[in-house]
Design a binder for this molecule. Structure first.
Ligand code: HEC
Length: 117
């Protein structure tokens, strides 16, 4: 009996943690994830009023940009994935840190960025 109970508890804990794992999986989660990961410290987003000075560019209109990183890189999904995975591997002098994003989180950002017109 006692064992059964423990098993149930463990199952519940696993379920909860798998839910948090797959959280932030759609573009609608973008703004929350943006805040959670500290991106707002350096970037403006439409509808937010984070304090200057901004270290990074505003992401307003990001989807309309043909090139990112001051024109040095084409704004494609593949490049964005590379950038978000490890900014310094793309541009060694950048102030943007590696934020340890998972592939799912990166996908969420990429989907979300497509809505920034
Ligand atoms: C410590 C400040 C800092 C943080 C935190 C930060 N960034 Fe950046 N980010 C930058 C800087 C600076 C650039 C400009 C790139 C460069 O160095 O030329 C940049 C560039 C970018 C670009 C390319 C924009 C363009 O138009 O060129 C994207 C997209 C981006 N960041 C997304 C994010 C996301 C998503 C997060 C959170 C997971 C984040 N950044 C966190 C500083 C930061």
């Amino acid at each position: 009996m006692r064992f059964q109970h423990t098993k149930k508890l463990m199952l519940t804990a696993c379920l909860i943690s798998s839910f948090t794992q797959i959280g932030y999986a759609t573009e609608a989660d973008g703004p929350a994830l943006f805040e959670k990961k500290g991106c707002l410290t350096c970037h403006h987003l439409p509808g937010t009023t984070n304090a200057p000075p901004m270290m990074g560019p505003s992401l307003n209109g990001l989807n309309k940009k043909h090139r990112i990183l001051d024109g040095s890189m084409r704004n494609s999904e593949k490049n964005m994935r590379k950038w978000l995975k490890n900014p310094r591997a793309v541009k060694s002098t950048t102030l943007m840190p590696n934020l340890g994003l998972t592939d799912t989180e990166i996908t969420t950002f990429i989907q979300y960025f497509k809505t920034l017109n």
